[in-house]
Design a protein around this ligand. Structure first.
Ligand SMILES: [Zn+2]
Length: 187
């Protein structure tokens, strides 16, 4: 399909939002990868109007993600952040150094930003959760939860913190996550 053909299609009537309040109903902001195979609302059983979706390559917690979250929280009332990586992410297929060298070679200048590649989605989520929890710009009562989505099975595994506390075991399921699974991400 050409781009013009795609743009000429009628908007989906189902895309009309239920109410016109800009504040997400579930007070949730989801940070995840831009991957074309992830329906961010559907993964968590959410509908239009329920949550903010903040996406970039890899679901990396960048300063611009913090910018959007600060606005999401302080101006639009969200408090729960769901950070989700996924199996088969394109960010696993190259390294920061490789991509910086490629850009520098082709453009004559290195980027001022880090590409943010990673080799382990679970560690990537843990790192992002830590970044979110230590950001001075997010409100004190922010809840941060991390997940890895399996593209093949549709399963969502919660990522436990590095050192499980007394009430949090690795792999613990939470009611918000509707897909059941016994497999872990294959990266
Ligand atoms: Zn990805």
């Amino acid at each position: 399909m050409s781009l013009d053909e795609m743009l000429s299609r009628r908007p989906n009537p189902a895309g009309v939002v239920r109410n016109l309040d800009a504040r997400p109903i579930e007070r949730v902001a989801i940070v995840t990868c831009m991957d074309a195979r992830i329906a961010a609302f559907g993964v968590f059983g959410l509908r239009l109007g329920d949550a903010h979706i903040i996406r970039n390559a890899g679901g990396v917690v960048t300063s611009d993600v913090i910018r959007s979250l600060a606005i999401s929280q302080r101006k639009l009332g969200t408090r729960n952040i769901l950070l989700m990586a996924h199996s088969g992410c394109g960010m696993l297929s190259f390294t920061d150094d490789e991509f910086i060298a490629e850009l520098a070679e082709e453009t004559g200048q290195p980027p001022t930003w880090r590409p943010g590649t990673f080799s382990d989605p679970i560690q990537h989520v843990r790192h992002g959760m830590q970044q979110l929890r230590t950001s001075p710009f997010l409100v004190a009562d922010t809840t941060v939860r991390g997940f890895v989505f399996d593209l093949h099975t549709g399963a969502v595994d919660e990522v436990a913190d590095e050192v499980p506390g007394p009430g949090r075991r690795s792999g613990q399921r939470q009611p918000l996550v509707q897909a059941a699974t016994t497999s872990s991400s294959d990266g």
